[in-house]
Write a protein that binds this ligand. Structure first.
Ligand code: ADE
Length: 240
């Protein structure tokens, strides 16, 4: 890979529908695939004086939908970090929030604690590895520019929530639930690259409306809010 791909900031987004409002707002240009064997797509542009790369997980050729979830998140993070060598990686996406924790649809979360809620291995050391708990430094300028809420993000590869997971969320004071962040931060650590998650709430996990109905109803609104947050964060990026 050539140096022309190196970037100041890498933004990783799972779904095309989550990425398009950001791509349009930042006027990023399509570059194409990072690797012929992976459907992940790369966009780039100069934004607020910074070279920005955005990658999506891409469309699965067999199932004809975005490759959401932790395995694609980790593979794409590895490749994108290796190619673009950014100073900072954002994972921008949607999440489930909790009404009991004060979340409303369209809120932006910038968690500083990450873990997995669907990985359990009751063996010494592997138990902590499976839970994958990691914390990040706070970035106060980015937090205030995006008006983002604090909290803990828990990651799993399912959109819905089981009764046991609800108990886990309560015990761990989880404030948002997604399908990528804890997988990406693990790879970002391997590259010693600072990591920030910006997550817009599409659904409330502790609400009686089904997650799929809320997600589809609120996706456009939440991703619009997400794009504004990413733009504001990119504006103050040099001040980080
Ligand atoms: N993305 C948006 N809503 C979500 C939820 N409830 N769980 C996991 N990922 C999500």
């Amino acid at each position: 890979m050539t140096d022309r791909n190196t970037s100041d900031l890498l933004i990783q987004v799972a779904m095309r529908a989550e990425a398009l409002p950001i791509i349009h707002l930042l006027s990023l240009k399509p570059i194409g695939r990072m690797d012929p064997n992976l459907p992940s797509e790369l966009w780039q542009g100069i934004v607020h004086g910074h070279c920005i790369s955005l990658v999506t997980n891409g469309c699965d050729p067999e199932f004809d939908c975005d490759r959401i979830g932790t395995e694609s998140a980790a593979i794409v993070a590895f490749l994108a970090l290796r190619i673009t060598r950014p100073k900072l990686i954002f994972n921008a996406g949607t999440c489930g929030g909790f009404a009991s924790q004060g979340a409303t649809i369209g809120d932006i979360y910038m968690p500083t604690r990450f873990l997995f809620h669907d990985q359990r291995v009751a063996l010494p050391k592997f138990d902590a590895f499976a839970k994958g708990e990691k914390t990040t430094a706070d970035f106060p300028k980015i937090r205030s520019a995006t008006n983002a809420k604090h909290g803990t993000c828990s990651t799993g590869s399912s959109l819905d929530t089981t009764v046991d997971e609800m108990a886990f969320f309560a015990a761990e004071s989880v404030t948002c639930k997604d399908m990528e962040a804890a997988a990406i931060i693990r790879v970002a650590r391997d590259f010693q690259t600072p990591f920030i998650a910006l997550k817009a709430v599409t659904d409330l996990v502790d609400h009686r409306q089904t997650v799929q109905e809320a997600f589809l109803t609120n996706l456009k609104f939440a991703t619009g809010r997400l794009a504004d947050a990413v733009d504001h964060a990119a504006r103050v990026f040099s001040a980080v």
